[in-house]
Design a protein around this ligand. Structure first.
Ligand code: SF4
Length: 399
């Protein structure tokens, strides 16, 4: 995993360092035992001040050789070091367009770093601070299961219908490659409507994975009714059409994989009802990974970028209840002090996998680069990269 680097960094530095007292030492994080352990012991007990100082110092020394990307859901004590903040679409576009910076540190989860590796140039290195930072939604679909479903669908229906596979960007590179190889495409929550429209220009049916809720909410937005949507239960054995009859698939325009995000599935109608009773003038905005019942009961539905714009464009004194990950909601509340902004789920859980990027891991990556070592490099193999890139570039063209 570690490689020697040939880089010429300055050895001396004089920097002023902003301090923030909000980081618990890595060894005291309650879930640390499940996180990537092969990090040198010297990083385990660093205080918040030490980590802040060292990260700022390392960043200054590395200069233009490094850029740090931060997903909106990242914890505050990591996002403050990001040079670019965005959702997975914005950050993958950034990786596709910036072919200069040799080291891109992706403070996000595994599939995002893979997408950046696919879209960046061969001379760039994508580094993920903690290799255990995955996505439970992305883990709900894999190549063997999707391949088996695809074989059943094409065997049964290929004479009558052209089926277009669409994978949400929250998926492994192998599924992006699968779509690239089979006339399909990738989407994000920012562009799923455009992508599904594109698919219906190319074919008769859409096979959408892994997030059923994004697929269903977007289908509804495009006027596709529930009668024309099938749910594919990937736990069913071979040749069971995912629990559907031939007639059900025949009359479906969209076939959805039975996957979901554990964070967004927590939002409920009763939370929305309670918020409306408490604040009659409230506006409710939720992410499309929430269920369609929750989306239908809200005033607006959109991606993380959409939610951020919605809050910043709302007039002062607005009351806004949000259905998405708590780190983004807290940040929006802080950035909009003249509005009341809160998370609909009072017992909020952050994205626990995203949370694994403790700043001590970021520091380890940066200081390793100063030592001319690359750690936690994300490399997608060439074959997968070739086809995954086709599917991602189709998406960028459509958006
Ligand atoms: S919030 Fe949900 S979809 Fe997003 S990274 Fe976390 S688990 Fe995955």
């Amino acid at each position: 995993m570690n490689q020697k680097l040939i880089l010429d960094f300055e050895n001396k530095i004089d920097c002023e360092v902003p301090m923030t007292m909000d980081t618990i030492p890595l060894s005291k994080e309650s879930s640390f035992s499940q996180w990537q352990q092969e990090i040198p012991k010297e990083y385990f007990n660093l205080t918040s001040e030490e980590i802040n100082y060292k990260i700022n110092t390392a960043k200054k020394k590395l200069g233009d050789n490094v850029i740090i990307l931060g997903h909106h859901y990242q914890r505050e004590d990591v996002i403050k070091f990001a040079d670019q903040i965005g959702d997975s679409y914005a950050l993958s576009l950034y990786a596709a367009r910036n072919h200069k910076t040799p080291f891109i540190i992706f403070c996000g989860v595994h599939f995002m770093a893979e997408a950046a590796d696919i879209l960046s140039s061969n001379s760039q290195h994508i580094l993920l601070p903690n290799l255990e930072a995955g996505c439970s939604l992305a883990d709900m679909a894999n190549k063997p299961d999707v391949g088996s479903a695809w074989n059943q669908l094409t065997k049964q229906f290929k004479e009558k219908y052209k089926i277009i596979p669409i994978t949400y960007i929250n998926s492994p590179a192998t599924l992006k490659a699968f779509c690239g190889e089979n006339d399909g495409i990738v989407c994000t929550s920012s562009n799923a409507d455009k992508v599904i429209k594109w698919a219906f220009e190319k074919g008769d049916k859409v096979f959408f994975f892994p997030d059923q809720h994004l697929g269903r909410n977007t289908s509804h937005k495009l006027g596709i009714k529930d009668e024309s949507i099938a749910l594919w239960d990937w736990r069913k054995k071979e040749n069971k059409l995912g629990g559907n009859t031939i007639t059900q698939i025949e009359k479906s325009k969209v076939i959805l994989w039975d996957g979901f995000c554990s964070v967004h599935q927590r939002f409920t109608i009763s939370q929305i009802n309670q918020a409306r009773i408490q604040y009659p003038k409230i506006q409710i905005v939720v992410h499309p990974e929430c269920s369609s019942e929750v989306a239908n009961a809200s005033d607006a539905v959109g991606s993380t970028a959409f939610i951020a714009d919605y809050v910043s464009n709302a007039p002062n004194n607005s009351i806004i209840g949000i259905g998405t990950e708590i780190n983004l909601v807290s940040r929006l509340a802080k950035e909009n002090p003249n509005k009341k902004v809160f998370c609909l789920d009072s017992v909020v859980c952050p994205c626990s996998t995203m949370y694994r990027v403790h700043p001590a891991y970021l520091l380890w990556i940066l200081e390793s680069l100063l030592d001319k070592k690359i750690v936690n490099k994300i490399s997608v193999d060439d074959d997968t990269k070739k086809f995954a890139k086709i599917a991602l570039e189709r998406m960028i063209e459509v958006s």
